[in-house]
Design a protein around this ligand. Structure first.
Ligand code: DGY
Length: 322
């Protein structure tokens, strides 16, 4: 029997690659470069494949799908799948899968790391110490914001938003949340209270974004929203960059409309809006929310399971468009 042809657009963790290479039914090819494929390379490499494992930086649109004629599945190595035109895939009978659940806590943990870092000036304080500027304890050195007892605002009450809010329990926080509709599961697990967006923005000390990127969530946080926030507010984004209007963010940070931001994602990733990198009250990470060895391995193994199921004519466990 001819082997199924699988293409991987970027090298995955070793255990996931082993699972692919050790499957006797698969003929696997991987992008050999340590960088994303160019558009041209993507179009060329999907040709003639039965399955493609994609990254969130690969734009999988109708043109790619038509170049990949005969492909059965695009298995995205991410929980978010805004890089894939799912409607176009469904039209063509192509399955799309993602990697939910396994990265929920890892991503929520990183949102907390950003919150702590931004609230307590961790990054500039570390830099200051390394540069030999620390000359002894001082009463006004790197004064930040308290976390315990404060109000946490969570926008997006799905899996990651819920895990993030749950972790606030040790800090005796009041949890407010906003979503399209109230979410009884979020409330049961976190004790959070549903409020409208305006109330959340006005009352929260820390605001963390956990929404998917949709037309309705693009620039969910822009000039007006920054004006509603407390001057001491800390904003965290581990969801998708375009949820924040980054120009309005730079202005809000410069003009002291909010205290600080912690970002893992950017509006024009990997580009940063001019001015952002110069700000001491911005903690900037390179989209590493799910980047633990365990989680990235699990995500890779999930992709392999999804691919193998689809190629065997079964419904993949994490199918978005069954
Ligand atoms: C995802 O899986 O969507 C995350 O953004 C990856 O870090």
């Amino acid at each position: 029997m001819a082997k199924w042809k699988v293409y991987v657009t970027r090298l995955l963790p070793p255990k996931a690659m082993e699972a692919l290479y050790n499957n006797p039914d698969l003929e696997v090819e991987v992008n050999p470069e340590d960088r994303p494929l160019t558009r041209q390379e993507l179009l060329e490499n999907v040709r003639g494949r039965d399955a493609v494992i994609t990254q969130l930086v690969d734009k999988i649109d109708a043109e790619v799908m038509d170049a990949a004629k005969g492909v059965k599945i695009f298995a995205n190595y991410a929980v978010g799948y805004d890089n894939i035109d799912v409607a176009a895939a469904t039209e063509r009978g192509i399955l799309v899968t993602n990697t939910p659940d396994v990265l929920t806590d890892t991503t929520a943990d990183l949102a907390w790391a950003l919150l702590f870092a931004a609230a307590r000036c961790i990054v500039p304080a570390d830099k200051f110490t390394r540069e030999g500027k620390y000359k002894g304890w001082a009463p006004m050195l790197f004064l930040g914001q308290d976390i315990t007892g404060k109000t946490l605002g969570v926008i997006g009450s799905g899996r990651i938003g819920t895990a993030f809010a749950k972790k606030s329990k040790g800090f005796d926080m009041t949890v407010l949340y906003n979503d399209v509709n109230p979410n009884p599961r979020f409330e049961a697990e976190t004790g959070g209270r549903f409020v409208d967006k305006e109330t959340l923005l006005k009352e929260s000390d820390f605001i963390s974004l956990h929404v998917p990127l949709l037309p309705s969530t693009r620039h969910l946080i822009s000039e007006n929203e920054f004006k509603m926030m407390k001057k001491t507010a800390v904003l965290i984004n581990t969801s998708r960059g375009p949820v924040i209007d980054e120009q309005a963010l730079v202005k809000a940070l410069k003009e002291g409309e909010i205290w600080a931001v912690g970002l893992d994602v950017y509006e024009n990733e990997p580009e940063l809006t001019p001015g952002l990198a110069e700000l001491d009250n911005a903690v900037l990470l390179p989209h590493i929310a799910s980047a633990s060895i365990e989680t990235r391995t699990k995500m890779g193994l999930m992709d392999v399971d999804n691919v193998v199921a689809a190629l065997n004519g079964q419904l993949p466990p994490n199918c978005i468009n069954p």
